[in-house]
Design a protein around this ligand. Structure first.
Ligand code: ZN
Length: 126
């Protein structure tokens, strides 16, 4: 028997994940556009190692923001597929994606096997 993700459950999970990421992205954007005013002055007293940490944290925030925005796009795509009735099907092989996988990552586009194949291909290129 083929089990598929319940559309109502999928919609609920997508909504939760989207709300969570939207607030996270909002917070990260605010930190990016509104740096602490005194930071330029306080840097004078800081050791270079501490400045390095600050830069690293900033880069980490920007990277996180990029990942969160990409996931938000995937979530929107998944919601569109839900409306069209094509949700929960692997984009590579066309088979249903394991509901447990969709429960953990409701915007998943590929089944476990194809996801692993894609990641392997990407790692080889890097
Ligand atoms: Zn597949």
């Amino acid at each position: 028997m083929i089990t598929v993700m319940d559309p109502a459950r999928a919609r609920q999970r997508l909504g939760e994940e989207r709300a969570h990421r939207q607030s996270l992205a909002q917070r990260l954007r605010r930190e990016e556009s509104d740096p602490v005013e005194s930071s330029e002055l306080s840097k004078i007293d800081q050791h270079p190692a501490e400045l390095g940490t600050e830069t690293f944290e900033r880069e980490l925030e920007l990277t996180t923001l990029m990942i969160v925005e990409a996931e938000l796009k995937d979530i929107d795509d998944a919601m569109g597929k839900l409306e069209q009735g094509t949700y929960g099907v692997c984009e590579a092989c066309g088979k249903p994606i394991d509901p447990e996988r969709l429960e953990a990552k409701p915007w998943a586009r590929f089944c476990v096997a194809d996801q692993a194949r894609i990641e392997q291909a990407l790692n080889r290129r890097a």
